[in-house]
Design a protein around this ligand. Structure first.
Ligand SMILES: Cc1cc2nc3c(=O)[nH]c(=O)nc-3n(C[C@H](O)[C@H](O)[C@H](O)COP(=O)(O)OP(=O)(O)OC[C@H]3O[C@@H](n4cnc5c(N)ncnc54)[C@H](O)[C@@H]3O)c2cc1C
Length: 332
């Protein structure tokens, strides 16, 4: 069912309310609707409803504070339209999707365990899906309420293959299904690409890629493309123990590994058994490399919120790296 949406002082677009949240309809229509995670966690897609009827898909979504709710704010990623609507939000050209997102039926064609809790999954799409290195997609998983965001770990090559690296979380409905249960051959609707932490190919500054846990997926995609282009990159991968360090085989297969592409593995502990390399927090390891010339690099990172916050604080506040040189996804 198509409804008309008008953004006060901005775009008007048609939204397919049977398939899309307000946010996904707005992005599909090419607007610069602010967003980050697209799954209710971050609050970047807050807006105010001026006219119209909507349904909230996840009324308790953590992306809205009590104060936001009292002030009448809603999350576009958790809004289903029930009719035409008029709303207030400040759009920005920076949020216009660089590749128009589309829904595609995909089949699970492969699964490989990388560690005790992380698996690489391969999907074949029914049509070629384009995406930029570092972007993510939203998966509609059978029997799971809401969509789940996962970053592609491969690069788009026109074949329609999508690869993800998923970490099993405690009691996690989506990740447990993907890592342990979903049978090969299963069909999954995948919608994408989304996200702004994609490789800026035209920027010639050397890259610093930083991944924590399953943040490996988008960083692998970025490093794969960067190495094909001969760009210089330092790749930091942080894990709690040696058993978590699973980045080396994929990176070692890329051109320039050991010369233009350099891997730095860091174990945070408390289990250091069998490890003789760098220890501590991955952002401290980054600091030791770049503190003298922090402004000369382009930074890409993905992983748990605590790692993202530590890196933001270090790069933006302490080292004063310009905002435009920093690209990240927070796995909320
Ligand atoms: C941009 C982005 C990229 C990501 N990339 C990766 C990746 O490459 N690899 C990886 O392992 N993880 C990634 N994540 C994390 C991933 O999306 C999941 O949050 C994680 O796998 C846990 O999901 P779960 O279903 O197992 O856990 P659950 O606890 O079942 O669900 C967690 C998430 O599901 C959503 N959710 C929960 N309940 C509802 C509801 N009622 N309605 C709607 N939504 C709901 C919320 O977003 C919540 O954060 C990414 C997250 C983001 C935001």
């Amino acid at each position: 069912m198509d409804y008309q949406v008008e953004i006060e002082g901005g775009a008007t677009f048609a939204a397919d309310a049977s398939e899309d949240s307000l946010l996904r309809a707005a992005l599909r229509a090419g607007t610069g609707f602010p967003h980050e995670c697209s799954v209710g966690g971050c609050g970047a897609c807050r807006y105010e409803l001026l006219e119209g009827d909507v349904e909230e898909l996840w009324p308790d979504a953590p992306g809205l504070s009590e104060r936001d709710r009292k002030r009448g704010k809603r999350l576009a990623c958790q809004t289903r339209l029930l009719g035409d609507a008029r709303l207030k939000v400040r759009c920005d050209a920076a949020y216009v999707p660089p590749v128009p997102p589309m829904r595609t039926d995909c089949a699970l064609v492969g699964r490989k365990m990388l560690t005790h809790d992380m698996a690489e999954l391969r999907f074949a799409a029914s049509q070629p899906l384009n995406f930029l290195p570092g972007q993510y997609a939203l998966l509609q998983l059978p029997g799971v309420r809401g969509l789940r965001a996962y970053s592609m770990s491969n690069v788009a090559d026109g074949s329609g293959q999508l690869q993800f690296i998923v970490r099993r979380t405690l009691d996690g409905a989506g990740s447990r299904l993907l890592v342990d249960q979903l049978p090969l051959g299963s069909n999954v609707m995948i919608d994408g690409p989304y996200g702004h932490a994609f490789l800026r190919e035209h920027v010639t500054r050397p890259l610093i890629c930083i991944a924590g846990g399953s943040g490996l997926a988008p960083m692998l995609s970025v490093a794969t493309r960067a190495s094909a282009l001969g760009m210089s990159a330092d790749f930091f991968f942080g894990g709690r123990s040696v058993a978590d360090l699973c980045a080396r085989p994929a990176l070692a297969a890329l051109p320039g590994f050991g010369s233009t592409l350099r891997l730095h593995e860091v174990v945070s502990g408390p289990d250091f058994d069998g490890w003789h390399g760098a220890t501590g927090w991955v952002h401290d390891a980054v600091a030791s490399l770049v503190s003298e010339n922090a402004h000369d690099h382009e930074y890409y990172f993905a992983g748990p919120p605590a790692m993202i916050e530590a890196l933001q604080e270090m790069l933006m506040v302490k080292l004063q790296v310009p905002y435009e040189q920093i690209h990240f996804d927070r796995f909320v």
